[in-house]
Ligand binder design. Structure first.
Ligand SMILES: C[S@@+](CC[C@H](N)C(=O)[O-])C[C@H]1O[C@@H](n2cnc3c(N)ncnc32)[C@H](O)[C@@H]1O
Length: 385
């Protein structure tokens, strides 16, 4: 891969051949046959158990006394938020949701911050948050579920149900009018839809290497976005690691929402679980893939542009370590200076809705919690000088 030089290219080639990511068909090489025979006869340990064992070992060290409650959150039903579709004729929906005691957590936090700022005669915390995105959540401890989304007269659905913490990386990107925005790993498209809800994207490039997942992205765009806005979105299926070779240095804002161990999914779902023994190599190579994608995102941003890196994992190896490594690589190999932007005001603003981990150095991390069962969601913002 060009972004990381020869060694990166070799690692990228390795990744492309990794098990579970499109290995060549046919018989296994001779040296692996005994392993397959063993695997066929050995009692199968559920992938969820392997995942929990791994999490218990590593996250109890990383999160300390917080881990038991985070673990309980991971194993219980997650909470959703309803991202309002500004493109649908759904003026009645806020009232309907408010009657159920749900509130738009973003405008609520902004109003509260403004009141505090006025009372303390201090500058408001919230100048960099887009108030056009509206997402309803039920209060802490309230586990009411939202009804399924409904179509308006033109067939556009009224809201999109998603982990409300997934909006934080989008808010951190702070899209401005006419920005050219790249969503490098976009499918199935929750964050792409949120980016469009800002109403500010001059052009949005939504890319994902997976053709089947890009189909879901197309479906979401068709279900939520009118044609004239869809026309400002280009959907592609490149390997994101090669993006800099396609359109380097052109975007004002880049979202790099990388594949990760999807901790909540891995703890409870056997299907498509990355802790399956067959996917060990793929899992071990994730930080390298994440670094390569982040580097490609950095190279796609124009000078002065911003990159937000995000994962839905608690793993420091997939979060802060990847960002630290990217800062080093950018400086040493590309002479690019990046400034990590302070996002700690998110912790203050959204403390009523989310539980944040207070010990991240570069980004912010939402921790699952039984009373606020969103996340995990790590996000970090880098500005290219
Ligand atoms: C965490 S998911 C993205 C979720 C999406 N941003 C959303 O909000 O709906 C990570 C995505 O990365 C994609 N991906 C994996 N490897 C990639 C690569 N080399 N280039 C581009 N996308 C990749 C996967 O297909 C997957 O859809």
């Amino acid at each position: 891969m060009a972004a990381l030089g020869g060694r990166g290219r070799a690692a990228a080639a390795l990744l492309r051949r990794a098990p579970g990511t499109g290995a060549a068909p046919g018989a296994a090489p001779r040296r692996h046959r005994h392993k397959e025979k063993w695997a066929a006869t050995a009692p199968r340990i559920p992938s969820t158990r392997l995942a929990l064992h791994h999490f218990d070992t590593s996250y109890s060290l990383h999160l300390g006394a917080l881990w038991p409650s985070v673990r309980a959150g991971l194993l219980c039903e997650q909470k959703y938020g309803a991202l309002l579709n500004n493109f649908a004729a759904a003026d009645h929906v806020p009232e309907e949701l408010e009657l159920l005691n749900a509130t738009d957590f973003i405008s609520e936090a902004l109003q509260k911050a403004e009141m505090v700022a006025q009372a303390e005669m201090s500058p408001p915390l919230c100048t960099s948050i887009s108030s056009k995105i509206k997402c309803y959540t039920f209060p802490r401890g309230d586990i009411t579920r939202f009804r399924p989304a409904r179509p308006d007269g033109l067939g556009l659905l009224d809201y999109y149900l998603m982990d409300a913490a997934s909006l934080l990386p989008v808010l951190a990107l702070h899209v401005q009018p006419d920005d050219f925005v790249l969503d490098l790993c976009a499918a199935p498209g929750g964050k792409t839809l949120a980016l469009l809800q800002t109403g500010f994207c001059g052009h949005l490039a939504a890319n994902d290497v997976s053709i089947s997942r890009t189909k879901r992205l197309h479906q979401i765009l068709h279900s939520y976005v009118p044609r004239e806005v869809r026309d400002t979105v280009s959907v592609t299926s490149y390997d994101g690691r090669d993006w800099d070779q396609v359109k380097g240095g052109t975007f004002h804002k880049v979202l790099v929402d990388v594949p990760c161990t999807t901790d909540r999914h891995s703890a409870v779902e056997e299907d498509n679980n990355i802790f399956h023994r067959r996917r060990t190599k793929e899992r071990q190579m994730l930080p390298m893939l994440q670094l390569q994608l982040l580097m490609a995102g950095i190279l796609a941003a124009r000078p002065g542009g911003a990159v937000v890196y995000s994962t839905c994992s608690l793993s420091p190896l997939q979060n802060e370590c990847v960002v630290e490594r990217a800062l080093d690589v950018a400086r040493a190999q590309f002479n690019i200076t990046l400034h990590p932007e302070d996002l700690s005001h998110f912790r203050t603003l959204f403390q009523d809705t989310f539980s944040f981990f207070s010990e991240c150095r570069l980004g912010e991390l939402v921790l699952p919690h039984l009373t606020a069962n969103f996340g995990p969601m790590y996000f970090c913002k880098l500005r290219r000088v």
